[in-house]
Design a protein around this ligand. Structure first.
Ligand code: SF4
Ligand code: SF4
Length: 352
């Protein structure tokens, strides 16, 4: 995912500092982007280490003269349930998933605050909100979402923005390992959580996540602060059965989903009378059809205030263009377009 982000940002004109813990893979990634003619620099670094974090930022300043955008993408995915998680593992996951982003945000703000400009993006996860993977991983993603909100409040009177992108299932090596039950913890947690999360698919591409980052980092996202953009192709927090029941609607024959039978329950003497329900909305010119009818009936009944209230409406029967949309949608067979003409004449006389 980080490679796609670096590649996309470089193509869009950014000077990119890429980091990884392993030099070999980092060198290959850097070269691949350089081969396309773009300017990127690689720094071997681990966000668990404050000196490394400082060195990454200093490299951006030394090589490119400034720092504008920080993306906290490094993370450890895992599937260990709470009863499988010891303190050592918790510390291991939190160091990368929470403490690392914390350090990068704090150190980047030393550059951003004096110039009152900058953009921070945390790569969170749908697990920050729907915790169906390991206990350490999911809670760490919830933690950085909360951290992001806290920092956004701190920065509210500045031009520095912090947001998050929350990927759902995205085709990355970590995700493929997860699907194969090969992440630490295996697949037991997913057995418990599968009843609560529904994922219609298909899986996202790493570039989907990069595009969301680009939006947040660019002028397109200039008024987005403290938010989480979920890029997950609709991973719902519902029981699978509940979603299947809802989707079954679309497999029903037309006669089963034709609710016009409800109209036949209307007592015949009520047919043609407006009951102000507004089921005929929307009116293309914005008339509140129910309210206009209500004031009309009250006015007919002698309520002088009803005429006054009618006058205050932004749109009334005078605005009706007799399009007939409301006639077709009224379950009580009110010929509303004709009635609007009637109301227009009556209220016109009253308000003259
Ligand atoms: S015209 Fe029909 S649908 Fe519209 S408010 Fe009146 S009764 Fe309801
Ligand atoms: S007929 Fe008049 S009130 Fe009815 S939807 Fe058209 S414009 Fe609106």
């Amino acid at each position: 995912m980080g490679f796609s982000m670096a590649e996309l940002f470089a193509k869009e004109g950014a000077k990119v500092v890429m980091t990884a813990r392993g030099k070999e893979k980092l060198d290959v990634a850097v070269q691949q982007i350089r081969d396309q003619g773009y300017d990127v620099t690689g720094v071997v670094a681990d966000n668990k280490n404050l000196d490394d974090v400082k060195r990454v930022i200093q490299t951006a300043l030394d090589v490119y003269g400034d720092l504008d955008i920080v993306i906290n993408n490094a993370a450890i995915g895992e599937q260990k349930m709470i009863d499988e998680t010891d303190d050592e593992w918790l510390e291991h996951v939190y160091q990368t998933n929470v403490f690392g982003p914390f350090r990068f945000i704090r150190e980047a703000l030393k550059i951003f605050l004096p110039k009152n400009e900058g953009c921070i993006i945390n790569i969170s996860s749908v697990n920050g909100d729907r915790p169906f993977c390991g206990a350490s991983y999911t809670s760490s993603k919830g933690a950085i979402n909360t951290l992001k909100k806290n920092v956004a409040m701190r920065l509210i009177d500045t031009n520095i923005r912090i947001n998050a992108v929350a990927p759902g299932a995205t085709v990355t090596p970590a995700h493929l390992a997860n699907k194969a039950g090969e992440q630490p913890g295996g697949a037991k947690m997913l057995e418990y959580s599968k009843h609560f999360v529904y994922f219609p698919g298909p899986e996202c591409d790493p570039m989907d996540q990069a595009n969301a980052c680009l939006f947040l980092a660019s002028d397109m996202g200039k008024h987005v602060k403290g938010q989480v953009i979920q890029v997950c192709n609709g991973a719902f927090y519902k029981s699978v059965q509940e979603v299947k029941t809802l989707l079954a609607y679309y497999d029903q024959p037309e006669e089963t989903t034709d609710y016009s039978v409800i109209c036949s329950f209307t007592p015949p003497k009520e047919l043609g009378k407006c009951v102000y329900c507004n089921h005929c909305k929307p009116c293309p010119v914005g008339i509140d059809i129910g309210l206009v009818n209500k004031y009309y009936d009250l006015a007919l009944a002698g309520d002088a205030m009803a005429v006054e209230h009618y006058r205050t409406l932004e749109k009334n029967a005078d605005d009706c263009i007799a399009c007939g949309h409301c006639d077709n949608r009224c379950p009580f067979s009110v010929k509303q377009s004709e009635r609007m003409q009637e109301i227009r004449s009556y209220m016109g006389l009253k308000t003259r």
